[in-house]
Design a protein around this ligand. Structure first.
Ligand code: CU
Length: 457
């Protein structure tokens, strides 16, 4: 590493973390609101009473006054500039899931930046290299903060027209609420030791059983984002004409959606759907359970054509012949009683024999692997548990190349859903220096050990 944490934090304190009370906050503003190189957003996180259950209020937390949060849009290659204002009663950060960006913009507390305290703001500014569907969320007390609604879509538009004339974003999230809209526990140790604590009320864009209109006869780009803490959605659209155009932001050669697509927490799938005749409906389902409905609405346009494949993102191709192989074993070490008395989360999961402790600010000082900048690596991912884990890497995308469970058509992603007892191989070029979180995106698993840091220098 070319810096120590102390220097990093010292630099940031002076540079960008500025309390409102400091006076003249605007003089710290680095961008312009009419910036020619990309949009400038002011994004406020604040409490929001929400009617998820009819007739009842749920004390949610929200980005920009909505759940999911304000949909941020920026064009590929441009700068995204977000002044993030914390009006919550707790410290927080924003992590930009799937975006390849500099470490100091990555939103990991005590690694990228200090937590943004109540009443403070932080300016996030970075260039977005890849088009696709991404999302943003805190990386602090994630069970509660994501659980209360702090999730939102970040859409990076292609620089040239793609041929899609219509587009929808569907953010999936299930809420930990009871029949009266009150929050239930976001994390229960005995559930964290299994598949994770599931919410009970499924929503699309914050609405239970949402109805989404589509223009009849048109091909619609439908971005489906799993912003849930826990659930893997077995996404299916019975009888729909649907093609997959991109996985987790990165284009693939279009192929039919098929019977169902397993969309783990944090993952995204970009579909093209041919809307049926006016008045017809398509169920949006998780396995056999209906989450919502597409409804076709009459329109005057000529019938749409299937667009060509989306253009590839500029991700470096790993050199498999020279790549060094690193093994990562994901293990269950459940002992639910540990630590529960003192309020700390139990330690239930490990990567290569090490459990991450979210209460220990020094964990990132002990990276589980050190990669040489510019070199290619193959990660051999071995799931030694009976539960599936959506394995996510910050800062870099990787190419999925093999699995012992299914045929893989190699593709780039930031999150791979590693099945029960599955072994998979992914490859990458370590081209982004920093200390990057490598973790399961079942939030319960991440907060009870299944996280590590990988250093690139
Ligand atoms: Cu997991």
């Amino acid at each position: 590493m070319s810096f120590t944490r102390r220097q990093l934090l010292g630099g940031l304190v002076g540079l960008a973390v500025v309390g409102f009370g400091a006076g003249g906050a605007s003089r710290y503003w680095l961008g312009r609101r009419d910036s020619p190189v990309g949009p400038v957003y002011e994004l406020i996180a604040a409490p929001l009473d929400l009617e998820l259950v009819a007739g009842h209020q749920t004390p949610a937390w929200a980005f920009g006054g909505t759940v999911p949060g304000t949909e941020l849009r920026v064009r590929q290659g441009d700068w995204l500039r977000v002044r993030f204002v914390n009006k919550l009663p707790v410290p927080t950060t924003i992590h930009w899931h799937g975006i390849r960006l500099p470490l100091e913009m990555d939103g990991v507390p005590y690694v990228s930046q200090l937590p943004v305290l109540p009443g403070e703001y932080f300016d996030y500014q970075f260039r977005v290299p890849d088009a696709g569907s991404y999302w943003y969320h805190p990386h602090v007390n994630s069970s509660e903060q994501l659980g209360r609604g702090l999730v939102g879509a970040l859409i990076v538009e292609e620089r040239e027209p793609t041929g899609f004339k219509h587009e929808r974003t569907l953010s999936l999230k299930s809420w930990h609420v009871d029949e009266a809209g009150a929050f239930t526990d976001f994390s229960v140790p005995r559930e964290a030791a299994r598949g994770g604590t599931a919410g009970r009320l499924s929503t699309i864009n914050g609405v239970p059983q949402a109805i989404i209109d589509l223009p009849a006869g048109q091909i619609v780009r439908v971005r489906v984002l799993n912003l849930d803490n826990t659930l893997t959605y077995r996404l299916n659209l019975p009888d729909a004409e649907a093609q997959i155009y991109a996985l987790d932001g990165n284009p693939i050669t279009p192929r039919p959606l098929g019977k169902d697509y397993w969309l783990g927490p944090g993952m995204r799938v970009c579909l093209a759907i041919k809307a049926p005749a006016a008045g017809k409906e398509i169920s949006i389902r998780n396995g056999p359970v209906r989450l919502g409905t597409f409804r076709s609405v009459a329109n005057n346009e000529a019938p749409g054509a299937w667009p060509r494949p989306l253009p590839a993102n500029p991700i470096a191709e790993p050199d498999l012949a020279s790549a060094e192989t690193l093994n990562f074993n994901f293990e269950w070490v459940g002992s639910v009683s540990v630590n529960v008395e003192n309020g700390a989360p139990p330690s239930l999961w490990q990567i290569n024999g090490k459990a991450w402790d979210i209460t220990d600010k020094t964990c990132a000082d002990r990276p589980i692997a050190k990669l040489v900048k510019g070199k290619s690596y193959i990660f051999e991912l071995k799931n030694m548990t009976q539960y599936q884990h959506p394995i996510h890497l910050h800062g870099m995308s990787f190419k999925v190349i093999a699995s012992d469970r299914k045929a893989i058509i190699p593709y780039f992603t930031d999150t791979y859903l590693l099945g029960k007892n599955e072994r998979a191989r992914v490859a990458l070029v370590a081209d982004n220096p920093g200390i990057w979180m490598f973790h399961c995106h079942v939030i319960d698993h991440m907060e009870t050990g299944l996280m590590a840091a990988i250093e690139v220098s």
